[in-house]
Structure formats: C-alpha cells, structure tokens
Design a protein around this ligand. Sequence first.
Ligand code: PXL
Length: 284
Amino acid sequence: MQKQVLAIHDLSCVGRCSLTVALPILSACGIHTSALPTALLSTHTGEFTGYTCLDLTGEMRGIADHLATLPLCFDGVYSGFLGSFEQIELVGEVISRYRRPGALTLVDPVMADHGRLYATYTQEMAAGMGELCRLADVIVPNLTEACILLDRPYEPSPDQKTVRRLLEELASRYGCGQVIITGVKHGDQLGAGGFCAADGTFSFQGAKHLDHVFYGTGDSFASAMMGAMLCGRSTGEAIRIAVDFTHVAMEKTLENGLPLRYGAAFEQALPMLMRSLNLLGGEA
Ligand code: PXL
C-alpha cells in the first residue's frame, strides 16, 4: 500500500523551503503527500525584506474540518513552520486526530536559526512549539531550536558530550522516542546527532562542512528523514540518508554557482535519494 503523509508547513512562493521542499521530496520517496498550509509568503523570511505573509489560521480550521469528513488514514504527519500562535493548538489537534500506532509523527519545531528567532516568530510561539514536540515520535530541531526548547543560552559549537546532553534532555522533557539535532559541527564535519530513547543509543552522522549559509536545508533534511523512515529505514539509516542528501544539495548549489538565497538545489540530489531508497535502478 502506498504510504500517505500530511505535511503541515507554510507555502513560500520563492526560496526553497517548507512545502516547496517537503512535497517534492516526499513524492520522490513514493509517498502520497497531502498539504495543510499554515501561511502563504512571497519568499522565505531568511534573506529577503519586503516579503508578504498571510497567516492561514482561519482557513486551516475549515480545511482540517473538511479533511476530517474524509476516510483518510495518514501513515505520517509532519509539521514545520507555523503562521501564528493560535494555530499551534489547531496543529496539535490535527496531529492528535491522525496519530495511531504504527504511524509516524515528526515535528520539526521550526522557529529559529543561528541563535535568533525567525522574523515572524514570537517568544509565545516558541513556547507553544514545545507543546507540539510533546505529541511527536520524532523531533528534529536545529541547535538554536534545541537550546530554546531547553531554555538554555544558544551554543553555536557544542562538543559531542554537550550534544548528547541536549539530546537526552529533549527526549526526557518532551517524551519523544527519537530526537535529532541538526547543524551540529564535529571536526571538519557538519551533521546531525541522534538519540533513541528506547535503547539509549546516540549517533552522529556528518559530511564535510561547507562554510556558507544555506536556507531550507533543515526542511530538506527533515523531509528526507520522514521519507526514509516511512520507506522502512531505521532512524540511524534515515539520518545518514538525510545528511548525504542535504550535503549533495548544498554541494550542487555551490558547484553550479546558484544564488544561495533561493535555498539549496535539492532537486539535483533527488536521484541519489531515490537510489538510496532503492526506488531507482542502479547503485546507491
Ligand atoms: O526553512 C525554515 C523556514 C520555513 N518557512 C519560512 C522561513 C524559514 C526560514 O527562514 O522563513 C517562511
């Protein structure tokens, strides 16, 4: 049976992030993907000024109510960037409606990066994100978000021992089975640290650090993780696949001299993602 996912993110018209990243990546993983848009923006908020932002909280209620009348049985719900404090409760309700044994809830507590909250986020929203994390099987904060979720000052380059402590604290505070922190540096590598609460194991998967600011890479990573896990990969395997995929997307962006503000060119890494999931012929 084809897997089905509900992706709850904003739609940024230009600049690869959120839905314009999640939908193609999950589709490439063979997953039937439905969308619940949280906000409509002209661009992402990272490196543009003058962007428009329409909060879709009111519309989301109607969409969610209509979807509730359909015989939908999602294998996964995957949430990310939200448009307002008010919609956090609604997203929580939607997650709870479709949560069931065997389905995967992945919450990416998108709200900040490089030590700063995103322009459209408030402290109140940041606190509300923690409530969504409590509903998740898997959370994938970046380092900034991990520190916010733990009420700690931002640490840009924690050592591996500190990363482990952050992972464990997130798992115990929010009750998530799997915690992955992205944007972790280790020697000349950049990657993700993972913790599995069931067996208490830690892992780190990295790739050569490319010293540039890329947008939407957290979304590429989380979408590839979600896709790989729904294709039956273990969390450790999914982290490896998602790190490699995101790294190649960044490499291709640089190799082709593409403007970084429009996000990492993940399109060019989709074939390797599909090969790593045995969805294309040829070698992985
Ligand atoms: O990639 C996270 C993200 C999602 N959506 C919007 C953003 C950002 C990060 O800047 O601005 C609108």
